[in-house]
Design a protein around this ligand. Structure first.
Ligand SMILES: NC(=O)c1ccc[n+]([C@@H]2O[C@H](COP(=O)([O-])OP(=O)(O)OC[C@H]3O[C@@H](n4cnc5c(N)ncnc54)[C@H](O)[C@@H]3O)[C@@H](O)[C@H]2O)c1
Ligand SMILES: O=C(O)C(=O)C[C@]1(C(=O)O)C=C[C@@H](O)C=C1
Length: 303
């Protein structure tokens, strides 16, 4: 049995449009209703035939939904939910795909008192945005972390988990606060570092812009991909997951200072030990097979 049959997707950018495409493939009989605040996105959704219906308001989009999935920037979640609160059917389950969970759960709970809210985070994405950037296989063999509130209805949790399994994801359950600490180090900090490195390189006075572009073949090029990620999305992530990011940033700064000292005092063994440890971490990620989808995507989509 399908976990849901009347699915409303709000926010049809990279993730929302990928969800729509993946639902079409995995659950072709489910009806998809879409809503996006941007009229140009709604037009594109119609042109690409990503949904059965495209609503012109958030309220109209949820009116007969059994599942509402919010795919908007994390800072917009509460406002969107408040927008459709009066029209939400009593038995509908509300979820989201936001990159931070504790603050989103709080915002949705405040906007939708009494509703069944089961947040989730597919740990899969790219640096691109908008409805044209999405693709149906984005979630295959990637983690989706479901972060139910304490005391959540077990059947509702299982239906959301099953939804993601059908889209090809491996599902894990986690407490929202724990999710935010884990993702602060595995996703948010790396983005902050990429934004910093690319910004620093482009600010260096003795290196011209054209040299930065011309010689960005190796490691730097990988950072530029990450640093091209959506500015609105990442502004919201850092402001929303502030405490966890600041804590991880503090640890990172201390480790960076230690590396700085090792280089200054020629402590080669210290550098070698760290680099051997990090190489082993990379190998264990590859062995777990969670990296394949994005590596394939990267190869076929990079300019
Ligand atoms: N990009 C990634 O790699 C990635 C991965 C996993 C999760 N996420 C999360 O997914 C969510 C969406 O990210 P994305 O990359 O798809 O962004 P995106 O910019 O591609 O799409 C966001 C869409 O939301 C719409 N929107 C914004 N405010 C709205 C509102 N108030 N009402 C209705 N629509 C609104 C925008 O018009 C846009 O079409 C974010 O919460 C992000 O944290 C992103
Ligand atoms: O590959 C990328 O572009 C991503 O950054 C994807 C990525 C990540 O950091 O892994 C980014 C944010 C998300 O919330 C989930 C996935």
């Amino acid at each position: 049995m399908l976990p849901f049959v009347r699915i409303t997707i709000i926010g049809l950018g990279l993730i929302g449009s990928s969800v729509a495409r993946a639902v079409r493939k995995a659950m072709p009989t489910a009806r998809i209703t879409a809503y996006d605040a941007d009229p140009a996105v709604r037009e594109t959704v119609r042109a690409l035939d990503l949904a059965d219906d495209v609503a012109d308001t958030a309220g109209a989009s949820v009116i007969d939904a059994d599942f509402v999935i919010l795919c908007v920037p994390v800072g917009a979640m509460g406002a969107v939910a408040a927008d459709f609160a009066d029209d939400l059917p009593e038995d509908a389950i509300v979820s989201d795909v936001g990159s931070c969970k504790a603050a989103v759960l709080a915002a949705l709970t405040e906007a939708l008192p009494g509703a069944t809210i089961i947040p989730a985070h597919p740990v899969a994405g790219t640096e691109r945005s908008g409805p044209e950037a999405g693709f149906a296989t984005l979630f295959q063999k990637r983690w989706c972390i479901v972060t139910p509130p304490e005391g959540a209805d077990a059947l509702a949790v299982e239906r959301v988990a099953e939804f993601w399994r059908r889209l090809g994801a491996d599902v894990e359950l986690m407490a929202p606060e724990h999710h935010d600490r884990v993702l602060a180090v595995t996703s948010h900090l790396p983005h902050l570092i990429a934004y910093t490195i690319v910004g620093t390189a482009s600010d260096l006075e003795e290196v011209t812009q054209s040299e930065v572009i011309k010689y960005s073949a190796g490691g730097f090029r990988d950072f530029t991909r990450i640093a091209a990620s959506d500015p609105t999305m990442w502004r919201d992530v850092f402001l929303t997951n502030r405490e966890a990011v600041l804590e991880m940033l503090q640890r990172f700064s201390e480790d960076l200072s230690q590396l700085q000292r090792a280089i200054r005092w020629g402590k080669g063994d210290e550098l070698f030990d760290l680099f051997s440890r990090t190489r082993a971490i990379r190998r264990s990620i590859i062995d777990q097979g969670q990296d394949d989808a994005r590596e394939d995507f990267g190869r076929s989509h990079q300019p």
